[in-house]
Each structure stands twice: as C-alpha cells, then as structure tokens.
Design a binder for this molecule. Structure first.
Ligand SMILES: Nc1ncnc2c1ncn2[C@@H]1O[C@H](COP(=O)(O)OP(=O)(O)OP(=O)(O)O)[C@@H](O)[C@H]1O
Ligand SMILES: [Mg+2]
Length: 481
C-alpha cells in the first residue's frame, strides 16, 4: 500500500520533532515527504509537483510573512485536493469554535493543538491527530474521484449537447436559443408550444442540458400514449402487493426523474384524472405511490409540450385551468418552419452534409429552380419533414437535383420504384461500406414503411411485423416515419 504523503510546514525545531514522533507511530502508513520552515518554500514545492503531497500539516503561526489563512488559501488555490491540517497552540485568544469554523471556511480540513511549552514530545491527543490525517486523505481521494467523474460527465454532456444542437440563424431561432439560456438555469416550469416537427423535444433537451440538473435524468413521458388506466402506475409507481399482479416494486417516472427533468410531451392528451394527480405533484412536490400510505417528496423540473393551444383546451373544459397555470410559467413558442425561411437552407445544408457523410453519398447540389421550390414549400411537417427530405434526396442518382425531383420527393412519390429497391444494393460496394447501425436503420425504415403502406391500419402493420402496437408507434417515431 502507498503511504500517505505529508508535507510539514513548521519552523520550530521542537514542534517538528513532535509531529515526526507522533507520525512515526504509524510509519508503515504515513510518511513525511518534506519539511519546510516557511510559506514561500511550501508554495514553491507544491507548485512544482502538486500530486506529490496528500496532506499538509502546517503550523498556524510561522515566521517569514506568508502564513495562517493566507497560506491555506494559497495552497488550496494551487491544488484544491490537498487537505490541510492546522496545528495551533492551546492558548489561543480566539474562541475555539470560532477559530475552527474560520479555518474550515477558508478550506482547511481540520486542526489540532500542541502544548505551548516543551512538556511533551507528542502532539496533544496523538490518536485523534493520526485519525484526522487518515480522514483527510480519504477526503482527498473522494474529491479527486468526484472531479474526475464530473469531468468525464461534462465530456459526455458536451457530446450530447453537440448532437442536440438547435440549428438555425433566423431571428426566431436566435431568440429561442437566448430564451433557453436564460430560463434553463432558473428551475421554472416551461411550456413549449409548436406544430408537429418544429423541435419541441429538442428544446426540452436543451433546457435540461443547460440546467444544473444536467447530470441527472431527463425522462420523457408521452401523455397521449399511456393507456388511461395505467397512467397512475406509470407516473408514480407502486409498491409490491399493492394490487393483484404487483409482484415487485415499480418506480414511477417521476421517481426516476427525481432531481432531474420530466418532459411531459403532448400534455393536452393527459386524461382528466391524471391531470388532478399531476397537479398535486406540481403543487406539493409529493407523489403518492399506489399501495404506500405516506406520500413522499420528489424534486423535478417540468417541461411540457403541446401542439394544441392549451388555453383553448381550458376553455373547452378538457384541460384543468389550475394545472395550466402551474405549467405555463414560461411559455416558449417555436414558430413553424414556413415562418422562418432563413433556416430552411441552413437546415437543409446541415442534414445533407450529415447524411451524406454517414451514408456515404456525395453531397447533392440543387438547381436554382429546385431551391426556390424548396423555399416556397410550406413544410407542414416542419423540420422533421425537411430532415427526411434531405435523407431521401441523397438516394436519387441525379446531380444537380431538379425542381421536378424536388416536387416528387416532397409529395412522397417514389422517384422510381426500381431505384428505390436498389437503395440497399448501393452498399454492396467496397467503397460505400457504412456502419452496421446505419445500414440496419435504413433497412428497417424501408421495410417498416413498406409494410405500413401495405396495411389498412397501424394495428395490422404491427401484427404483421410481430410487435405490439405501442412498440410499433415508438418504432415509427424512432425511424421518423
Ligand atoms: N432547429 C433544429 N435544428 C436541428 N434539428 C432540429 C431542429 N428542429 C427540429 N429538429 C429535428 O427534427 C426532428 C423533430 O423534432 P422534435 O421531435 O423535437 O419535434 P416535436 O416538435 O417534438 O415534434 P412532435 O410534435 O411531432 O413530437 C428531430 O429529429 C429534431 O432533432
Ligand atoms: Mg415531440
């Protein structure tokens, strides 16, 4: 085992001896690596190799100017992980507690005392002194591990943030981004409005990852897709034996999201009885788990999204007014793509580059006429539609892309059925090999789309594919069909 490495800052010979003698009681565990007599030398040593020391033991009053609080601060500034134990005389003018508090506040780990005169060769209460060195070392290890973990996490979060970047330079998107920056950190509930495919979920992600909750869970709940009789158990969970069939504890989504963010998607579709329960959580921060007598509290930030106007829903008595006011602290409206045409070109560029890279195609070019057509199109499916358009257009073997091709593609007409079936063949070519994940997604998209187009209903399509309907809906969403 490595010994705990100590730097001793002490200018009185007898006190050096006392510390040495006390530490030597555990010489197999502790090691005084260096002894210096003034603050300046100590700082130079630590600066040259901060990782060389685990614990600093320092006399509070030493000669040479740099000492006491200033010295503690200077050490912590160089290395916040080094733990400092301060040695003081028994006769201090300061009230002991006040003094101790002050030391801890400025960053010392703990303090110990020595006798004012040479009456003993050990530090006062040597066992406590040794234990505090071990505790200080443990704290250093924990803080270092936390630092490394946080660093790794922020790295991961930067990667997520990059993949969730909101593209666009229109005035509306600039404004949207600045609202996200402004409100993400303020822990207020946010209601995101926008037509289908405008990026409501994307905005919710951005709020979460720009907030202090970013290391915690982001939990998406599609309020429209949970069967009404399951909503309560999905949201709040249940205890084992709460009802027949409850053979284990189930955590609700709010519990999973504790300390993080809950994204309530399609909030207008939340059934009335669940609205009452949700209101209770938002009001008191308490959830009632089925089969549990006491409620317990959770701390979640709620971002809700709707493509319906919730005020209209309130007027029509389909949505509780009190719940509406709870959710609508900050409303954010994402305008449809047709109202921010400046973004169309930028988004098209972004997606064609992204997909031509990952799918191994040359980046397509467009004739002027084709571009005008794209700009004038109304994009009812908004960014989602533009995204799949950009993907579809890659598979067309014509360059530049003409206005006719754009029209056909926008109307979702097969540009050529034969070509379409050959799309997967494109990759049976040494130069065009792509990641298996991308190939699978492509094949799945084509196949699910084919089965769906050839089935009278999604239910039957799901049956044919041998999957349950909720899974089928999720799959379609995932494949952006
Ligand atoms: N400004 C943008 N920049 C980059 N990608 C975007 C932008 N807006 C939307 N997208 C992408 O478009 C797709 C649809 O966005 P999202 O799912 O967030 O929309 P939505 O408003 O939640 O739609 P729905 O109402 O259908 O659920 C996603 O793949 C998303 O990443
Ligand atoms: Mg959505």
């Amino acid at each position: 085992m490595n010994k705990i490495k100590i730097l001793l800052i002490e200018d009185e010979e007898f006190d050096v001896l006392r510390v040495k003698k006390t530490v030597s009681l555990q010489e197999d565990l502790l090691e005084i690596s260096e002894i210096v007599s003034d603050g300046k030398n100590a700082i130079e040593l630590i600066e040259s190799a901060p990782a060389r020391f685990d614990v600093v033991i320092m006399d509070f009053q030493i000669a040479g100017g740099l000492m006491g609080e200033d010295l503690i601060c200077a050490i912590k500034k160089i290395s916040p992980y080094i733990q400092i134990i301060v040695i003081t005389k028994l006769t201090l003018n300061d009230n002991k507690f006040e003094f101790a508090n002050k030391l801890l506040k400025i960053g010392a780990f703990w303090y110990c005392t020595k006798y004012p005169t040479h009456i003993t060769e050990y530090i006062y209460q040597p066992t406590d002194f040794l234990i505090s060195i071990h505790n200080a070392y443990q704290k250093k290890i924990l803080e270092l591990a936390k630092f490394e973990y946080d660093n790794k996490m922020s790295g991961n979060i930067n990667i997520i943030m990059e993949s969730k970047r909101i593209i666009g330079s229109s005035e509306q998107i600039l404004m949207l981004n600045s609202m996200i920056k402004k409100y993400a950190s303020r822990d207020v509930n946010i209601l995101v409005y926008g037509e289908s495919g405008t990026g409501k979920e994307l905005v919710a992600y951005n709020i979460h990852y720009n907030s202090s909750r970013k290391f915690e869970n982001f939990v998406r709940i599609n309020c429209g897709s949970i069967p009404p009789d399951l909503i309560e158990s999905e949201l709040f969970g249940y205890e084992k034996f709460a009802f027949t069939g409850a053979n284990k504890n189930k955590k609700g989504l709010f519990e999973i999201a504790n300390n993080g963010t809950v994204f309530l998607d399609e909030i207008a579709d939340l059934p009335m009885n669940a609205q009452a329960k949700l209101l209770r959580v938002l009001q008191d921060g308490e959830i009632e788990k089925i089969g549990r007598s006491e409620s317990f509290s959770v701390d979640v930030r709620v971002v809700a999204a709707s493509n319906k106007n919730l005020e209209d829903e309130v007027l029509a008595k389909r949505f509780r007014e009190d719940l509406f006011y709870r959710l609508n602290i900050i409303p954010i409206q994402i305008p449809p793509l047709r109202e921010r045409k400046d973004d169309i070109i930028e988004l098209l560029n972004f997606f064609t580059i992204k997909y031509s890279d990952s799918l191994r195609f040359d980046k397509p070019t467009f004739t002027n006429e084709a571009m005008t057509e794209i700009l004038n199109y109304s994009w009812p499916g908004n960014v989602r539609e533009l995204k799949s358009f950009a993907q579809r257009i890659l598979f067309i073997d014509t360059n530049p892309i003409t206005v006719e091709i754009v029209r056909m593609s926008l109307n979702n007409l097969q540009v050529s059925a034969q070509d379409d079936n050959k799309i997967l063949d494109h990759y049976f070519n040494n130069e065009k090999i792509i990641h298996l994940r991308d190939f699978e997604k492509l094949a799945r998209t084509k196949y699910v789309n084919f089965v769906r187009e050839n089935s009278p209903s999604d239910k039957q399509a799901a049956d044919k594919l041998g999957i349950a309907q909720p899974n089928f809906s999720r799959l379609c969403k995932e494949l952006e069909l």
